[in-house]
Structure formats: structure tokens, C-alpha cells
Write a protein that binds this ligand. Sequence first.
Ligand code: SF4
Length: 280
Amino acid sequence: MRELDVRRIAETIRELCIKANKQLPDDIEEKMCACCELEQNALGKSVMEDLVENFRVAKELDIPVCQDTGMAVVFIELGQDVHLTGGLLEDAVNEGVRRGYLDGLLRCSIVSDPLERVNTGDNTPAVLHLRMVEGDQVRIMVAPKGFGSENMSRLKMFTPAAGREDVIDFVLETVKLASSNPCPPMVVGVGIGGDFEWCAYLAKKALCRSCDTKNDNAFYARMEDELLERVNQLGIGPQGFGGDITALKVNIETYATHIAGLPVSVNIGCHVTRHCSAVL
Ligand code: SF4
């Protein structure tokens, strides 16, 4: 059994919070540059050029890519041959987020209670998704999530009578309703299956999957391509000013579900869909 002090996890999360907010993942940067070339609408193209310049300047000046530095969503895959020492994992996650946001001078956006709405002052608590996996390593991903895009996300419990076209219509309707609000071009994460909460988790996971990948299942990979094409045909365009590029990518994640249901969720990400990973 390998021993790992949770202080190393806190320190890693601190670094990931800062890096994720200042530097877009390579796949998003590359997609943004490629889509900038593809955009045919003059206004849309000029907006894309501004967005590309924005992330380049952020990297150069070592400042956040966006003023909304997000809620810290943390995914941990904990190898079951690891024995954590030195304290509670959840405390270490929040300590890492607290130090990352304060040391990195990142905007603190979290309120302690959803109705009383008093800012916690250090961007904690995080949202933690923990999975036990085989092995003796700990894989950590930090995905700061802005709420301009999070607020545009939706979930629907379909009946099993629904099919592929109904799912596609729901995704397109969600993107249309979102319009310019999530700062397009978007990344669209789609979760299909599971139960109510697992379906939403799948959509978030889909959002954090690299834009260079396709679903392993050929049926869903084709659906991702078709959805991207049809989302872009909506013409919302960069920042909602019209154009060919409304989304950079549509990613789908699926899971088994109940005979009586078909949950579908859409988690919208913006043009700064951020995530950063490390393995300990
Ligand atoms: S939706 Fe994204 S780009 Fe827009 S303000 Fe929020 S974090 Fe920033």
C-alpha cells in the first residue's frame, strides 16, 4: 500500500487552479485557432480574432483568461492501493482551492448559502467528484466553471419512447435558448443515461473530455459530428454576433439506464472551457 500525504494533493490543486485559469487546455487553444480560420462571417471572424488574442495575452501577462474564474470543480480518481495520510481528503481539496484562488489573485465567486448569498471570500467549497480506481496513483483534474455557461445547462427526463432525434432536438433547443449567454463558441457536453444526478455528471465529464477525441462508440461518435454540424448551422456565431462557429465541439458520454427512462442532460461550456490535470 502506497502512502500519500494529503498536503501534496492540496499543493497540486493549488497549482492546477492557478494554471487552469491562466492557460487554456491545448486542445481548446488549437480548436479556437482552427475555427478562427474557418469563420466566414466578417464580424464573427473579427470576434474570433479578439478571443484568440485574449487567451494569448492572458498567457503572456500571466493573468486569468476571463474575469469569471469559476466554481472549482475537482475530479479525483483515487487508486485503491493508496493510503491517504495527514488529514481528510475533502479538507485538502478545499485547502488547495483556497490557496490557489488567494495566491493566484483569482476572483472569488462562491457564496456560502444559495439564498443568503454571502461570499465565502476564498472560492471554497469546491465541487468534488471522487472515484475509486485500481492502482496506486491519484489523478486530479481541476475544471473552473463559469456560470454564464453553467446557467444555460439543462436536463430532461425523457420516456424510453424517445429516440436519437429527440435527444438531438433537445440539445439543439438548449443551444438555441442559450444563444449568446454562454460566450460562444461553446463546448457542448451531453450526458445520456444513468439516473437524474449521474446524467448531469456525465455531461460535465463530457465537457472536460479533450476536443481532439471522439466517443469510443461509433454510433455516438457520428452523433457528436452531426450535432456539431447542426449546432453550427444555428448561426449564433462567436459571442452571438452571427457566423459559422457556434460550437467548437460536442462531446457525448453515456451510461446504462432504467427500462422506464431516458435521462438527457446538456452542460454548456464557453470558449474558455478550462481544465487542467496532474497525476500523483
Ligand atoms: S461564460 Fe465563460 S467566457 Fe463568459 S464570463 Fe463566464 S467564464 Fe467567462
